[in-house]
Design a protein around this ligand. Structure first.
Ligand code: 5AD
Ligand code: SF4
Length: 553
């Protein structure tokens, strides 16, 4: 039979994007093909996010749209992966009977087996053949389910059983060519999974489980393989990435594979870890090792930082290693100490600012062309938030001057601590107004920061054709708008389209190491060659945080 086609759509965070990439790699190795639209797929997978209700609603509506399709084609297999599967569990199937497969983020290594069972069971039913062993025809209503429940929180240390999720990370195929034919230049690498912080509003500690750190050798090896395959930018991922710490003496090996280790955070605040480098690989050690041992990585980034327990050692490593980007994503969530307490964030506004000032003192060196870029997350309308609390958040934004801020209206999430403890008492209209105000304030700050950049010359990692070029090419006759999984196809496809007759310049986009977006023109014949390269651009003009410049070299 022809290869089964999978449509995979990803919602939510970078961790989910990486999970989807790993899952797609496994499925491709097993012979599945991928299709950019759900219409001709045999298997439709949604990798979901539960952080806010809005993200879940999108998935509910996608599932609703599949009802008619499934009625017409009962062999279609529908899978919900990720945090929504873990959080809702089988209640999700009761609400949406189109769903055949549920797989939590901690169980994704089992997905190929679940899918295989689901596909074979449904196909044999349709052919009226005996079902595969263990699957009787009556199981037309059977579902394939792998959820973690709260098992990952039960033991203080990982049991001597192999951490099979680690095998998924280890199995990563590092082919530099994406499905759409584009060369991959940027990649995510997971260093920790899960979270132990239990901020009261957040589902992540429940859906992704306890904090687990991957062995440094696995991480460095993955970076090296990616670099060898042509990747030039690596972003290390963790919910609280700076908590990374691997104690070698406590490492467990199963079947020759060193196992990830439950979080054993260092309680020394930002004092240096006395065992760093020898008995322990700290986050600072890990950054320095990747930088030094994998010179092919031109840019090393990491997200998301937790504003507490961020040692000077990390800041010094960033300062002293030129290919580590001076960019920190450090969510503050609120500028009010009272609300930070209710959120269980574990720091005060004063402590947050102490960190920001310390980071600036180490890393903000615009005079040598190396400024520090900061971004943050904020929640408006958390229960009991008053005008005065909100004003304190506005003041924090102005004081820190983030390059950009991600602003969210509080969304009560089932299963979190806050939903039980605090009534959602800020009216929606007030949440909306505060959201708009904060976006406006951030807009002003971004405008100012953008204007300050004009006249500077910066290094830009070229990502591809700008949105403007893509739009133009897509609407001009003879070119085709390419999409993959609902998103624009890789930039090489765009460049190919841009190679259309005529020598009108192509507008390219890329980012500085502080994560500013820069657009500049290149000749259409050179465009393809620039992708994934770092070029010098003189900045001529700013529109908010979009900067426009001239290619120098
Ligand atoms: N409501 C609104 N925003 C939330 N976030 C996490 N949980 C919630 C929630 N229940 C935001 C936080 C976090 C980001 C990933 O999402 O700002 O940093
Ligand atoms: Fe959620 Fe807080 Fe953990 Fe971030 S640190 S994932 S907001 S619990």
């Amino acid at each position: 039979m022809s290869r089964r086609k999978v449509y995979l759509e990803t919602f939510g965070c970078q961790m989910n994007e990486l999970d989807s990439e790993l899952v797609a790699g496994r499925l491709r190795a097993l012979g599945y093909a991928f299709t950019p639209t759900p219409d001709d797929a045999h298997v439709v997978l949604y990798n979901t996010c539960s952080v806010r209700e809005h993200a879940e609603q999108k998935v509910w509506s996608r599932l609703g749209e599949l009802k008619a399709r499934k009625a017409a084609d009962p062999a279609l297999v529908v899978g919900v992966l990720g945090c929504m599967a873990e959080r809702d569990g089988e209640a999700l199937i009761r609400r949406m009977p189109v769903v055949d497969v549920l797989c939590g983020p901690g169980e994704l290594d089992k997905l190929p087996a679940l899918l295989d069972n689901a596909v074979r069971t449904r196909e044999s039913l349709l052919r009226d053949e005996p079902a595969p062993e263990g699957h009787t025809p009556r199981l037309i209503s059977a579902r394939e389910v792998a959820l973690q429940g709260n098992t990952s929180r039960r033991s203080a240390t990982l049991a001597a059983a192999a951490d099979s999720l680690e095998l998924l990370d280890l199995s990563r195929s590092v082919s530099p060519i994406d499905d759409d034919g584009s060369v991959k230049r940027s990649a995510y690498v997971r260093i920790t999974r899960g979270c132990n912080k239990f901020c009261t509003y957040c589902v992540v500690p429940f859906t992704r489980g306890a904090e687990v750190h991957r062995p440094p050798e696995h991480i460095i090896d993955e970076c090296r393989r990616l670099a060898d395959a042509g990747v030039v930018e690596v972003t290390l991922l963790g919910q609280t990435v700076n908590h990374y710490r691997f104690e070698h003496g406590a490492a467990v090996t199963v079947d020759g594979v060193v196992q990830p280790q439950k979080g054993r955070s260092y309680a020394g605040g930002h004092r240096r870890d006395p065992f760093a480098g020898e008995r322990v690989t700290t986050f600072a050690d890990l950054l320095a090792r990747i930088h030094d041992e994998v010179p092919g990585i031109a840019r090393l980034r990491f997200v998301t930082s937790y504003p507490r327990d961020f040692g000077d050692d990390v800041l010094e490593v960033i300062r002293d290693h030129p290919r580590i980007c001076r960019y920190l994503h450090v969510p503050a969530q609120s500028g009010s100490d009272r609300l930070l307490g209710l959120m269980n964030r574990g720091y005060s506004v004063g402590e947050y600012l102490e960190f920001i000032d310390r980071a600036r003192a180490h890393l903000d060196q615009p005079e040598i062309g190396r400024p520090l870029g900061l971004s943050g997350d904020f929640i408006v309308g958390f229960p009991t938030e008053t005008d005065a609390d909100f004003d304190a958040t506005v003041a924090l934004l102005r004081r820190v001057r983030y390059k950009n801020a991600f602003i969210f209206k509080y969304s009560p999430r089932p299963g979190t601590i806050a939903i039980d403890r605090y009534p959602d008492d800020v009216p929606e209209a007030v949440k909306r107004a505060r959201n708009t105000t904060l976006l406006d304030v951030q807009g002003e700050i971004s405008d100012e920061l953008g204007r300050e950049q004009v006249g500077r010359t910066v290094d830009v990692l070229v990502e591809g054709a700008s949105a403007r070029t893509r739009k133009r090419r897509a609407s001009s006759p003879g070119t085709v708008a390419l999409t993959v999984g609902g998103r624009p196809a890789g930039a090489d496809a765009d460049f190919a389209a841009a190679d259309a007759p005529g020598d009108e310049p192509v507008q390219l986009s890329g980012r500085t190491d502080t994560d500013l977006i820069v657009h500049f023109d290149a000749s259409p014949t050179d465009a393809l060659a620039w992708r994934g390269r770092i070029v010098r651009v003189r900045l001529d003009r700013a529109a908010g945080l979009s900067l426009f410049g001239t290619l120098i070299s």
